[in-house]
Write a protein that binds this ligand. Structure first.
Ligand code: CA
Length: 236
């Protein structure tokens, strides 16, 4: 799916070479790109609300990427954010998700993978109309999903999901009562760079079951033998 011309991406990156390559590649894909070279400028630019996505480096002068992320979310700005983290900095990843990053990618990254993540996150967010009232909530049986705040409840119990678990759940719920193959799920939720890694789907389905179905009599997630998975309404 080619990106539409008006999708705007903010790159917050102090290393000029990386910022330049990202800008060129993203513009080549048809996005409009802005660049900020320190955390403070990044926060100011991100706060204008003009962006469809922010690529945010963690190690930045003036203000760290984590601090920028925290302030953006504190201000109630739901713009999707992909963190660029240094290799193996697990604490960065953890605090990134705690502060509301939607995804992260580890440096050094393959450009194709980064572009696939960008497309994936934009696609997921485009599914949520930004303004229409009442469109924020998806319900299925006793499951409620608030799309913009990314909160999930079963009955009244808040269920904490990682961004990927959330995206997997939304995909299955939006395609409720349809059998989905592991390959379909992979390409829709992870992006084409992950094709072949169907065991990822099994792993994440297991996580989701632990969080959503464990202890409930009515299971939402069903295994379709020889195919993949499906989410069903309790009485369907
Ligand atoms: Ca940096």
């Amino acid at each position: 799916m080619p990106p539409s011309m008006n999708e705007r991406i903010l790159v917050v990156e102090d290393e000029a070479g990386i910022a330049r390559i990202l800008q060129l590649e993203l513009e080549h894909e048809g996005y409009t790109v802005g660049v900020a070279d320190d955390g403070r400028k990044g926060y100011e630019m991100a706060s204008t609300g003009e962006w469809d996505l922010v690529l945010l480096d963690v190690m930045l002068p003036e203000m760290s990427g984590i601090e920028v992320l925290r302030l953006i979310r504190q201000a109630g700005n739901p713009v999707p954010i992909i963190l660029l983290t240094a290799r193996d900095t697990v604490p960065d990843k953890v605090s990134g998700f705690e502060h509301g990053a939607n995804d992260y990618i580890t440096k050094p990254f393959a450009m194709e993978e980064l572009l696939a993540r960008v497309r994936n996150i934009l696609r997921i967010f485009q599914q949520y109309p930004k303004e229409a009232e009442g469109s924020d909530l998806i319900k299925l049986g006793d499951l409620s999903i608030e799309l913009r705040s990314r909160k999930v409840y079963r009955k009244d119990v808040l269920i904490e999901l990682t961004p990927r678990e959330f995206e997997l759940l939304v995909y299955l719920v939006e395609n409720r009562n349809e059998e989905k193959s592991r390959e379909d799920i992979l390409s829709e939720v992870w992006g084409y760079d992950f094709i072949g890694e169907t065991n990822l789907v099994d792993v994440y389905i297991r996580y989701l079951r632990q969080k959503l179905d464990k202890g409930y009599r009515h299971k939402l997630i069903h295994t379709v033998r020889g195919v993949g998975y499906m989410i069903k309404e309790p009485d369907a």
